[in-house]
Design a protein around this ligand. Structure first.
Ligand SMILES: *Cc1c(COP(=O)(O)O)cnc(C)c1O
Length: 403
């Protein structure tokens, strides 16, 4: 390495991350993703089976036999890779099938696939908005939305988290000056597990003539009566213009992002979106398996219903035990500890008790807001949750987090 000072700089940054208690150690899993996983931690130590409370495997489909079978069928019938972007020679029949099925599931006219939702959000704003346009976004939107907005030349107005008075104030002041106005929010906020007030947002959008875009990555498949998402939950399915979401969470959890919208918007994205034009097509096995997931979810709400029961039990159990939870009604249940080191220690002690629950701290949440983010899954059994509750109580008492 020719620039000797570079490594010195990086070493000192790493040192300060460690001394601040903000260093993230990865747990090594040697089993499929599921309600129970085999983990070795620290790396190299003997692996053990533990209860998983931190995957985005909400519906327990990551290792579902029918999903795996569909992936095999995709591999056998359409090959391993496409070696092309979509518009050159990377579009198979199943890519179009998935786009149509995804649109239908979300209640939209059409959809476009990306390698990830991070890419979908990277594509959205730059393609649809120019300098004469304006974005009104919630302060706590996902990092990929923040980056996507940075790539566009549109004016940006940030409203306080879920604060409709603040949103309206910003709309009143800035909306008339813009050609196209777009309100952007997460459907479910990943760190706090609360839902955006989408019923109120669409009202304001009508009043100020705005497009509404929702990133439903933590909702697609399980929020709403039939799992369509936050727009179904609030009964505003026809009033949301754009949905971005991921195939990498509830929908089997492999990989892939989606933008679903009006026909013209999808068409324009296919012509202009840089992460679509300059990045490879999704692998056929993933596409075929995700089609299967949508079929499973369209046939029955059993999995989302199980998840809802688990969520209610878990929230009530922790609340009764005296833990400080972020309010909400989604399967993301953050247990607030505030201190990063404490969050690390609690996570380590839970691991010793056979529970996989990771501490979250700066920079993924604000400083002083460290937490253990627990997430429910339909892959868990009621008995797993009871064991997990007992472990939380034991460890919580040890650290004097509860009485
Ligand atoms: C996870 C997530 C993403 C990123 O999705 P990937 O498909 O993993 O890139 C984007 N937005 C939100 C709100 C997310 O939670």
């Amino acid at each position: 390495m020719s620039n000797g000072s570079a490594l010195t700089v990086y070493r000192s940054i790493l040192e300060s991350i460690k001394s601040d208690g903000l260093y993230k150690d990865e747990r090594i899993i040697s089993s499929p993703q599921s309600g129970m996983v085999k983990v070795s931690f620290p790396e190299g130590s003997a692996a053990k089976e533990i209860i998983n409370l931190c995957a985005n495997n909400y519906l327990g489909l990551s290792s579902h036999p029918d999903v795996i079978k569909a992936a095999h069928q995709g591999l056998d019938s359409r090959g391993f890779g496409m070696s092309s972007v979509r518009f050159i020679c990377g579009t198979q029949d199943i890519h179009r099938t998935l786009e149509k099925k995804m649109a239908e599931f979300l209640g939209m006219e059409d959809s476009i696939l990306f390698s990830s939702c991070f890419d979908a959000n990277g594509a959205l704003f730059e393609t649809l908005l120019q300098a004469e346009d304006a974005i009104f976004s919630d302060k706590l939107v996902h990092a990929s939305i923040i980056d996507g907005i940075r790539l566009s030349k549109a004016q940006r107005h940030i409203y306080e988290h879920a604060n409709m008075n603040d949103l309206e104030e910003k709309l009143r002041e800035h909306a008339v000056k813009a050609r196209i106005r777009l309100i952007m929010t997460d459907g479910v906020f990943s760190m706090d597990g609360d839902m955006a007030p989408l019923d109120k947002i669409v009202e304001l959008a009508e009043k100020y003539d705005c497009l509404v875009a929702v990133d439903d990555s933590h909702a697609t498949g399980f929020i709403g009566r039939t799992g369509r998402g936050v727009h179904e939950h609030y009964n505003v399915m026809k009033k949301v213009d754009i949905i971005t979401t991921t195939c990498g969470k509830a929908l089997g959890g492999a990989t892939g992002g989606v933008i679903a919208s009006k026909r013209e918007i999808v068409e324009l994205l296919k012509q202009r979106a840089r992460p679509y034009l300059f990045s490879n097509a999704l692998m056929p096995a993933v596409v075929n398996a995700t089609i299967k997931v949508l079929e499973i979810l369209s046939a029955s709400t059993e999995r989302r219903d199980t998840l809802e029961r688990h969520t209610n039990f878990w929230r009530n159990s922790l609340k009764e035990a005296g833990f400080d939870l972020k309010a909400g009604n989604t399967p993301i249940v953050p247990v607030m500890l505030y201190d990063a080191k404490l969050a690390q220690e609690v996570s380590r002690d839970l691991y010793a008790e056979g529970i996989f629950a990771v501490g979250f701290f700066y920079p993924v949440v604000p400083k002083g807001e460290a937490r253990i983010r627990t997430q429910l899954s339909a892959a868990l059994e009621q008995s797993d949750l009871e064991r997990a509750r007992d472990a939380f109580v034991k460890v919580g008492r040890k650290h004097k987090v509860i009485k």
